[in-house]
Write a protein that binds this ligand. Structure first.
Ligand SMILES: [Zn+2]
Ligand SMILES: [Zn+2]
Length: 340
């Protein structure tokens, strides 16, 4: 049986949120001071020993790029969403495309909010001209009417009269194949040999789909940008998609307090009702009810620090345990790879 692997290239929602120089410096300074303090008590302590004793989020960042994950399954390359993380994925794929004289990519688009498509103009494999003998193919899926919605948005963010130097239409001749396909509720995506992909509509201000990818008895679900109307009752579509998944990648943008606009214990006007995103209480219920093995918190809020994301991971894990569930929780980070 072959493995399915999933690698995370963009894990934020809404807008890219790189950590920035001063906060990186703060992290290094904090660690340096703590190391000095401990070393004064235990002079034989090495830097490596010290680092392994620390929580991971103290010395790394979950990442600042918007949604993009790369799935390798049955010899196929599947990309979920084209947020700014797809730029680095493109760099990774270029040497493979050149060596193999072309690469075929299946792209599943959840929806066309900007954080899910904004990386595509910077996706290098789309720019290798097929006349060089490297024949790259992109076959994409998303939206009920591909031409009117998904392609419309992709074209408009690559309009060379206004916003980008290269026009979307040029890619039609550069690429050996550029194909868009519509999805809708319960559509099965055919053509990816040996892999079953089903789509279901999620609850979001724009038409948004989750994707369930099955191969040789293993299942990965990509379900981002979904709002729970009642955290105790997951949306039936989300439940159906997630049922007994080995890995569920799920929107967990907010904390309970952020969602309800609670600041310093006070309810304020800064609620996130209707914004289309989820929080640990709802994610825990879904993971429990769907009997998911590993739940990956995804689409982190741009304002969430690494410490805040780590805390959401711990909160969600505790909530699942309280419900009697067994799902393991991990917060998505750039570069993280999971396999089943
Ligand atoms: Zn989003
Ligand atoms: Zn969205």
């Amino acid at each position: 049986m072959s493995e399915i692997t999933i690698e995370f290239f963009g894990v934020r929602g809404s807008i890219p949120a790189p950590m920035g120089g001063s906060r990186e410096k703060d992290k290094h300074n904090h660690l340096g001071r703590e190391f000095d303090r401990q070393k004064s008590e235990s002079p034989s302590l090495t830097w490596d020993e010290f680092l392994t004793s620390r929580e991971q989020h103290e010395y790394f960042t979950y990442g600042g790029n918007t949604s993009c994950v790369f799935i390798r399954c049955g010899g196929h390359n599947i990309i979920c969403d084209m947020g700014s993380g797809i730029r680095e994925l493109g760099q990774r794929l270029i040497p493979i495309a050149i060596k193999d004289r072309g690469i075929k990519l299946w792209v599943l688009v959840s929806h066309t909010h900007w954080d899910h498509i904004q990386g595509f103009p910077f996706f290098a494999p789309a720019y290798i001209n097929q006349e060089t003998g490297v024949r790259n193919e992109i076959v994409a899926f998303g939206g009920t009417n591909w031409t009117k919605d998904v392609e419309y948005c992709l074209k408009n963010q690559m309009d060379n009269r206004a916003v980008f130097p290269v026009d979307f239409e040029e890619l039609r001749t550069t690429l050996a194949k550029l194909e868009g396909n519509s999805v809708h509720n319960m559509k099965s995506i055919d053509g990816i040999e040996g892999i079953k992909i089903r789509t279901l509509k999620l609850d979001h201000p724009q038409e948004t789909y989750g994707y369930r990818i099955e191969h040789e008895g293993k299942t990965i679900v990509y379900a981002t940008d979904n709002e729970p109307r009642d955290p105790r009752r997951p949306h039936p579509n989300l439940l159906a998609l997630s049922k007994k998944a080995d890995i569920l990648v799920i929107d967990c943008q907010y904390t309970y307090e952020m969602y309800h606009g609670i600041i310093n214990g006070q309810i304020t006007d800064f609620t996130k009702y209707g914004w289309g995103h989820s929080y640990p209480e709802a994610v825990a219920q879904t993971a429990h009810d769907a009997e998911v093995k590993t739940v990956v918190l995804f689409h982190h809020d741009p304002t969430s620090s690494d410490e805040a994301i780590k805390k959401m991971e711990e909160t969600t894990q505790r909530l699942i345990k309280d419900l009697g569930g067994k799902s393991k929780v991990v917060a998505a980070s750039e570069g993280m790879t999971l396999s089943v």
